[in-house]
Design a protein around this ligand. Structure first.
Ligand code: PMP
Length: 361
């Protein structure tokens, strides 16, 4: 039976990438060593990291005045690193409260003595839509923090909110490389790799050089200047995660790049949203214009039906469709590596489940 993994992250990888890892594992490029065993200072690894950075720059059209940095510590560590490196003039940032990860970013920024002003929030709407800026803020901010795709609540920005010249810092973890944005709309983009770029242990930061040039005396592992100077190899980088990211980036190029991925993600998510909108049993609670292409949230309004559905789906090879514990219900994550056939199978299963349900009720 074909199994599809709808997990929000760590998430499904392309089959060809898994195969390549398997082939490379015992002896990378006939070196007699696996990638896990080679020095990060070796030529073999130098080539891996250079190629990955180059491919990422090409795929996202990253201008030369932006650095591409590789960190450990997950996106969560960047919730501290971004204010430490960037919020050094006003020690004050603006934030759009679009859900759980925006609030987490706020909490971490406050811990490093940054004042955070929430300019808009959709908490009262249970985050079923995106906050937007209505007034131009009076205060001055080092940056505006947004979450481009809200993994838990299932919303995503198509147009990036801006406040004048204030840099935008974006947590793009869950639609990085899956939805097309202009890098020049952002001062900084942060993204954990374990959704669309490979495996946990690697976080990518794309940041405009002049924004971090004045930070001083930061802990080394949080210092953008240092990581930029050392090409992300101040200490031992997560070599295996960078190697896997390199394979995923190569796969992405072969598939046609980010715009092609966006088209496919749009097609996949439309198939599921169209079914949900027609259904009399399931509801997609997110406002249509704000719906995520990569994380589709849906509910039945009855916890016991949800549990039955999740259990039956598993038996059918449709894994990890349980919603996040904070919102309940179901969630299907449709990242780049999820094939259209996986969504077809999910929709056909949901249709059958609904038919059986109405047969009994
Ligand atoms: N931001 C978003 C949008 C996320 O989805 C996640 C993880 N699910 C995080 C931040 C936290 O990332 P990490 O676990 O890599 O720290």
């Amino acid at each position: 039976m074909e199994v599809y993994n709808f997990s929000a992250g760590p998430a499904t990888l392309p089959n060809s990438v898994i195969q390549q890892i398997k082939d490379d594992l015992p002896s990378y490029k006939n070196s007699g060593m696996s990638v896990m065993e080679i020095s990060h200072r070796s030529e073999l690894f130098e080539e891996i990291i250079q190629q990955a950075q180059q491919d990422l720059r090409g795929l996202l059209q990253i201008p030369d005045n932006y650095s591409v940095l590789f960190f450990q510590g997950g996106c969560t560590l960047q919730f501290s690193a971004a204010p430490l490196n960037l919020a050094i003039k006003y020690h004050r940032i603006a934030l759009l409260d679009s859900g759980h990860w925006a609030i987490r970013a706020m909490e971490e920024a406050k811990k490093v003595k940054t004042t955070v002003d929430i300019l808009a929030s959709t908490k009262k709407n249970h985050y079923s839509r995106l906050p937007t800026l209505s007034d131009f803020p009076q205060d001055e901010y080092d940056y505006l923090h947004i979450t481009t795709n809200n993994t838990i609540e299932g919303t995503a920005y198509k147009k990036i909110p801006q406040i004048g010249q204030t840099p935008v810092v974006a947590d793009m973890s869950s639609n990085f490389l899956g939805q097309k944005y202009q890098i020049t709309d952002f001062g900084l983009v942060m993204a954990g790799a374990q959704k669309n770029l490979g495996i946990a242990g690697l976080t990518v930061v794309i940041v405009k050089n002049d924004l971090f040039a004045h930070a001083k005396n930061l802990p080394s592992m949080l210092d953008y200047q240092l990581f930029s100077q050392k090409n992300s190899m101040f200490n031992t980088p997560p070599v295996f995660a960078i190697y896997v990211a390199g394979l995923v980036l190569r796969w992405l190029k072969q598939q046609g790049g980010v715009l092609e991925m966006q088209k496919r993600n749009q097609k996949k998510s439309n198939l599921l949203y169209d079914f949900l909108d027609e259904s009399k049993l399931f509801t997609a609670p997110v406002k249509k214009a704000d719906r995520s292409l990569t994380n589709v949230v849906f509910v039945t309004g009855d916890k016991s039906i949800n549990s039955q559905l999740i259990a039956q789906a598993k038996d059918y090879g449709l894994l990890n469709i349980k919603g996040h514990r904070l919102v309940g219900g179901m969630r299907a994550s449709l990242y780049n590596a999820m094939p259209y056939a996986g969504v077809e199978k999910l929709v056909s299963f949901l249709g059958k489940f609904e038919k059986d349900y109405w047969g009994k009720h």
